[in-house]
Structures are given as structure tokens and as C-alpha cells.
Design a binder for this molecule. Structure first.
Ligand code: FAD
Ligand code: SF4
Ligand code: SF4
Length: 661
């Protein structure tokens, strides 16, 4: 039997307002093994920790229970406090009486009763705890950044500037991400390419950064400090070491009907192409789906005109395996598909476009060479209507429930740029709320209204219908409850943004969690906003949630510093709460290995002494370095041979018994 001390925290009034903490301490004193129980306003404070330490020393405690907030918040704090007082840190249990009691119950009596029950369960568990010793694992001093948008580029630059090797894996032929598609950027209205291109060049030229463009992560194994990643370098059909980027192949290629993804399909490109003029690397890719040579075996024009002999139709995908200490996800976003929003006539009229399409139209290298024109007849519009929140902040299943955060500002930007360049174009914005909380953002929006004469109407657009010579917009004015019918030449939809669709596959490989909207989840929304709950995985940019460029860059730097903090360590302390197989009970059935998400279980032929009978058996063996202590194997094992140290089957049963008592 342990000598147990129980420490009940008030958490100011967070717990004490709803739970009678003195009564919890009083009740728990009656439990077997409990030799000390007290309550205190802030157990996590220096004075609170000192109380724990002195009780451990004075009463010779061999185990402690802290009744407080979630273990995610302060388990490490209390383990360290116990360790400083000479107690093995794994002889500490937390009863979460804040999130599980005071924060979710209103009735003081019920919340107190439940707190006593949870404290009792923790006491039953700690009674069966045994001291554990953490192990050590080495750290590979190289980072992987997945996604080469502004987030990935900035994170890689910051890690590389700190002196560590970084690889960027980007699935498209060039780094740059969405920012490379933008024309001008709020709040300063500077040209996007002018501020992005130097960063792209810097990343490509940095001696510590390796770019894998037109590449994807195929598999990830291992754990924090020692990940093994397989990268598929897709065949460009162009030898990067020979290509000079002269562009002759693209000029001469006779297949010119492929939709141009970079211009959002508003024009076409050749089968051999570089996505945009400033692309890095400046090496084209053959799109095999549209290449005559790949489709029919004929053509071969590009190989004939290429003076450098760089075209290689036989090139195959290459698989590269590399080790990394840290991985940063920076996979960004796309705009939602609008097929479920047909009331806006997006599929019916070429003059209904998305905001990203407008960015390309406004850009000198875009489909209209920067001239604002209707795509139906290439004439300049006389009026334009912008519709905000298309698919954002909705209540129905086709909508995203969240605010896409950037649309209010980029719509003000678009409206302002159009009124500046084409003062005769009448611009109306239909909005639900204007949300401009960033630095200088509200001033920016007010300039659109006051200086540039953009009409803002608080109203919901119900329908856009193509009519004779234009588009008819039906809306309801939300302020004075009247219906509006407005004829216009072009409609621009601020469509919601959503995480890149590949993120689900990637999250599975990273064993990182995603939320209900597929954004990668942070370990703690306030205190650990750039770390994934999976150790060694960090988050940068819009893959974690909607952000503009300044916020993305700030988060990219934060993710980099976290990764550098990890890479700077030579060794990591590993969690000793790993699974162990009881060789006498194991029948080698493989159930555990099949469910282990970390590939930590192997089998070995071993001589087993089963009560005096010696025989060679196939038994499970757990690799402590790979095991993350998730417990899946302990549930799957039909023989009860798998047990998790610190969370053994006996301990869990004891907790359940204590709760049901
Ligand atoms: P992205 O730019 O999306 O980059 C992600 C990269 O990851 C992409 O290159 C993608 O190909 C790659 N990738 C995705 N999945 C994988 C994978 N599995 N493997 C490898 N690579 C992968 N912000 C401003 O501050 N000012 C503005 O004026 C402004 N205007 C905007 C206008 C519009 C219409 C839109 C839609 C956005 C605008 N923004 C603006 C927001 C800005 O675009 C984003 O803040 C920024 O692009 C986010 O960068 P990111 O790197 O997180 O994501
Ligand atoms: Fe274009 Fe012909 Fe080269 Fe294919 S083989 S990329 S069609 S030039
Ligand atoms: Fe020029 Fe040849 Fe490179 Fe095409 S593949 S850009 S022709 S060097």
C-alpha cells in the first residue's frame, strides 16, 4: 500500500465556486492509503507546489493525487514538483475536477459528489502505480516542411537561418502557394509578386534549404526527433540539371488547350509549362494528360527544340527516403467548390467569378493581361457587385460554419483597386458584417467607403440570374427589411476558404488531428497554438485556420522557433508509459500489431519458461522508442497479454471499481 497525499485545488473560483473543495479533501482522507489531504487556492502556484513538496518530505509520501484542472494543463508542473521533492514523477495522478466537474455542472452538491468520485478513482489508480524511468532518443538535426506557400517558405527560412538543414516538399511545380496568384495585397496594397519573389529566391538559394517541388510525401514513420519520410519526386519529364529555363519548349508546344490552373482555368496553357513567370524552380513540367507524345507517341517537338537536351520522356517518379527530427505542416488552403451554390449562377454565367479569379484578371500576367473585362464579351463592366460570405458562417450543411477571415479585407481591396483604376465602374458590396480587426484594417475599409465611394449594403443576396445584357441580383436589405433588385455586369463571389483537400491523407500519415472542418488542430488553442498534439509536428499558416499574410508569416516564424527548439537538443526524454507484452500470456496472434498505429510491435521467436516447461514461442515485442502509449494494443489483445505501463489493466479496472462503488 502506498502512502498517498491528496491536494485539492480551488483554481481561484474556477473550481471552488461550484465544488466544495474542503469536503472533497475531508472525504478523500477516508480512502485506504491516504495519509494526507489538504485544499489550497492555487496548487500550481509556487506556494502550492511548496506545500506538495513539504508534505512529500515530512510525511514520507510515496504517491500523490492532485485534484485540479486537466492533466494537459498542469500534469508536467506537478510531476516536476514531485520530482524536486524526491518522488518518482510517475507516482503522480491528476483528478480533473475542473473541466470534468466545476466547468460543466451547475449544481454544487452534484459537482462535489462527482469530484469525490474522481478523486477516489485517482487514489485507486495511484495505489497501483510503480516508479517508471523515462528513456532517451536521439534527434536528427534536419526539418521537413510540407507545403511551399508563404507559410512553408518563411518557416524554412527561419529554421535554415538558425543553422539547420530544411527540406521543403511542394506538390505543385513551383513554390509560392496562393500568394503567387495574388495581384496586390492588403493592407499596404503592395504587389504580391514583388514581396514574395525575393523570399522564393532566398529559399531556393539558401545553402541549408533543399526544395522538392512537384513532389509529395508518400509515407511517414518514426517519432519525434527521428521521423523517416518517403518523398515521391514526380517525373517532370524534364531534366532539372540540364534545363536552362529558356522557355522555347513552351512556345513551340502544339498542345495548347490544357486548362491553366494558375489562372484558375480562365485560359489555357501548353502541355509543357511553367506555372508562372517567376516560378521556382524555373523548369517546366510536361503534363502527360495533355501531351501528344504521351497520348499518341507522336509529336516530340519540345525534345527537338530544346537546345539543352533536357526533355526526358522516359523519366520516372523517384522515391527518396530521408530522416527528420521535426516536421512542419504548411499545406494551406483552397476555395470551396461552388457547385452547391447555384443560386449565384456561377456555373451559368462567365461574368460570375470568384475573388481569386478576379485576382488573376487584375494581374498583368493573368488571362486578360490585367484588363478588367467581362469574360462573356470582353467588354469593360459598368457596374460590379461583390457578395461576401459565400459559404462562410452558414447554418446549413453545404456551408462552412466558420468565418473565412480574409474576405472582408480582400473585397475592400478589390473594390478600392477597381474604383482607383476604373473610376466609372459602380461598385456595390453586399455584406452580413464587415470584420476588419487587424492593424490599420478598419481604416483601410473606411477608405474604400469614404475615399473611393464603394457602396456597402448590409444585405443577403438570395439569387443572381443571367438576364438580357447582364446579371440580375436579388437581395434583402438587412437594415430596413426591403427587397433589392439590381442589374449589374459582373458579380464577384467571396467564396469560403477550406484546408487543402490533401490534408486528411497527410494528417493520417502524421498521426496529427484535424477538426470538424479539416483544419489541423493545435495542441492548445491558447498556449500551444503552433504545435500539433503529436510530438514533433508543428503547424504553419492556413492549414491550422484562416489567416492573412501577416498572421501567416508570424505563425510561420513561431512554428520555426518551436522546430529549432527541438532540433537544438541532442537527446529527447521518452515517455516511459509504453506497452509491455507478458510473454507467458502472449499467443503470437498478431492482433496487437495489426492495430498499432505506430508500427511499434514486432514478433520474435523466444524460448519461454512456462511454469517449468521450456518451449520456443512466437511472442510480441514492443519497440519502446516507437510506442506512443496510445493503448490500442491492450484493448485488442484477446489474451490480456498487453499492458500499458502507468495505465495497466489492473489500474483501469481499479478506477472503474472506485467510480462504481
Ligand atoms: P498557401 O498559400 O495555400 O500555400 C500552401 C502550399 O502548400 C501550396 O503551395 C500547396 O500547393 C502546398 N501543398 C498543399 N498540400 C500539400 C501536400 N500534401 N504536399 C505538398 N505540398 C502541399 N492575404 C493578405 O494578407 N493580403 C491580401 O491582399 C490577400 N488577398 C487574398 C485574396 C484572395 C482571393 C485569397 C483567397 C486570399 C488572400 N489573402 C490575402 C490570404 C493569403 O492568400 C493567405 O494568407 C496565404 O496565402 C496563406 O499562405 P499558406 O502558405 O498558409 O497557404
Ligand atoms: Fe508539348 Fe509535344 Fe512536348 Fe508533349 S511532346 S509537351 S505535346 S511539345
Ligand atoms: Fe528550354 Fe529545354 Fe528547359 Fe524547355 S526544357 S525551358 S527548351 S532548356
Amino acid at each position: 500500500m502506498q502512502k498517498i497525499g491528496v491536494f485539492v485545488c480551488h483554481c481561484g473560483s474556477n473550481i471552488a465556486a461550484t465544488v466544495d473543495v474542503a469536503r472533497v479533501a475531508e472525504e478523500i482522507r477516508k480512502e485506504p492509503g491516504v495519509v494526507h489531504a489538504e485544499d489550497y487556492p492555487y496548487m500550481c502556484s509556487e506556494a502550492g507546489q511548496a506545500k506538495i513538496a513539504s508534505a512529500i518530505k515530512e510525511k514520507g509520501l510515496t504517491a500523490i493525487v492532485v485534484c485540479s484542472c486537466s492533466p494537459r494543463m498542469h500534469e508536467a508542473t506537478f510531476r516536476k514538483a514531485a520530482s524536486r521533492a524526491g518522488l518518482n514523477p510517475y507516482m503522480v495522478e491528476i483528478a480533473n475536477i475542473r473541466e470534468h466537474c466545476s466547468w460543466i455542472h451547475k449544481d454544487r452538491e452534484e459537482a462535489t459528489e462527482k469530484s469525490v468520485i474522481l478523486a477516489r478513482a485517482a487514489v485507486s489508480k495511484v495505489n497501483l502505480d510503480t516508479p517508471l524511468q523515462p528513456g532517451e532518443s536521439r534527434v536528427t538535426k534536419r526539418a521537413l516542411v510540407i507545403g511551399g506557400g508563404i507559410a512553408g517558405i518563411q518557416t524554412a527560412l527561419d529554421i535554415a537561418d538558425a543553422g539547420y538543414e530544411v527540406d521543403i516538399v511542394e506538390k505543385t511545380p513551383s513554390i509560392g502557394g496562393r500568394m503567387s496568384q495574388l495581384d496586390k495585397t492588403f493592407p499596404t496594397l503592395d504587389c504580391s509578386a514583388c514581396i514574395l519573389t525575393p523570399k522564393m529566391v532566398e529559399a531556393a538559394a539558401h545553402e541549408k534549404i533543399t526544395l522538392y517541388t512537384y513532389s509529395e510525401v508518400e509515407s511517414i514513420s518514426g517519432f519525434v526527433g527521428d521521423f523517416t519520410v518517403e518523398i515521391r519526386k514526380k517525373a517532370r519529364s524534364v531534366d532539372m540539371s540540364k534545363c536552362t529555363g529558356c522557355g522555347v519548349c513552351q512556345e513551340k508546344c502544339p498542345s495548347r488547350k490544357a486548362p491553366n490552373e494558375f489562372n484558375r482555368g480562365l485560359d489555357t496553357r501548353s502541355a509543357i509549362y511553367t506555372p508562372f513567370a517567376q516560378a521556382i524552380p524555373n523548369v517546366p513540367v510536361i503534363d502527360r494528360e495533355h501531351c501528344i507524345k504521351f497520348k499518341t507517341g507522336k509529336c516530340g517537338v519540345c525534345a527537338r527544340v530544346c537546345q539543352a537536351g533536357a526533355i526526358d520522356y522516359e523519366q520516372k517518379d523517384e522515391l527518396i527516403t530521408r530522416k527528420y527530427g521535426a516536421i512542419v505542416a504548411a499545406t494551406g488552403f483552397d476555395m470551396i467548390k461552388l457547385d452547391q451554390f447555384d443560386e449565384f449562377a456561377y456555373s451559368q454565367s462567365p461574368d460570375v467569378i470568384t475573388s481569386l479569379e478576379l485576382e488573376r484578371i487584375m494581374n498583368a500576367a493573368g488571362p486578360t493581361k490585367g484588363h478588367l473585362e467581362k469574360l462573356s464579351d470582353h467588354k469593360p463592366p459598368k457596374s460590379m457587385v461583390f457578395v461576401q460570405c459565400v459559404g462562410s458562417r452558414g447554418q446549413t450543411c453545404r456551408d462552412k460554419s466558420y468565418c473565412s477571415k480574409i474576405c472582408c479585407m480582400y473585397t475592400a481591396k478589390h473594390a478600392m483597386l477597381i474604383r482607383d483604376k476604373y473610376p466609372d465602374v459602380d461598385v456595390t458590396v453586399f455584406y452580413i458584417d464587415v470584420r476588419t480587426p487587424g492593424k490599420n484594417f478598419d481604416e483601410f475599409y473606411r477608405r474604400a467607403v469614404e475615399e473611393y465611394g464603394v457602396h456597402y449594403i448590409k444585405g443577403q443576396v438570395g439569387k443572381v440570374a443571367p438576364t438580357e445584357g447582364g446579371l440580375l441580383v436579388q437581395a434583402s436589405d438587412l437594415l430596413d427589411n426591403r427587397q433589392i433588385l439590381m442589374k449589374t455586369d459582373m458579380v464577384v463571389l467571396a467564396a469560403a476558404i477550406e484546408p487543402d483537400p490533401d490534408v486528411r491523407r497527410l494528417a493520417t500519415m502524421l498521426t496529427a488531428s484535424i477538426d470538424t472542418n479539416n483544419f489541423l488542430t493545435e495542441a492548445h488553442p491558447k498556449l500551444r497554438p503552433v504545435e500539433s498534439p503529436t510530438a514533433g509536428i508543428f503547424l504553419s499558416g492556413v492549414c491550422q485556420g484562416p489567416k492573412d499574410i501577416p498572421e501567416t508569416v508570424a505563425q510561420a516564424g513561431a512554428a520555426a522557433i518551436k522546430a529549432v527548439g527541438l532540433l537544438a537538443k541532442d537527446k529527447l526524454v521518452t515517455n516511459p508509459c509504453t506497452a509491455k507484452a507478458d510473454e507467458l500470456l502472449c499467443n503470437g496472434c498478431s492482433c496487437c500489431a495489426r492495430v498499432c498505429p505506430y508500427g511499434a510491435i514486432t514478433y520474435e521467436e523466444k524460448e519461454i519458461n512456462d511454469h517449468g516447461i521450456r518451449e520456443v514461442r512466437r511472442v510480441a515485442a514492443v519497440n519502446d522508442a516507437l510506442c506512443q502509449g496510445c493503448g490500442a494494443c491492450t484493448v485488442a489483445c484477446p489474451s490480456g497479454a498487453m499492458d500499458l505501463q502507468g495505465f495497466s489493466n489492473r489500474q483501469i479496472t481499479a478506477e472503474v471499481d472506485a467510480i462504481c462503488r
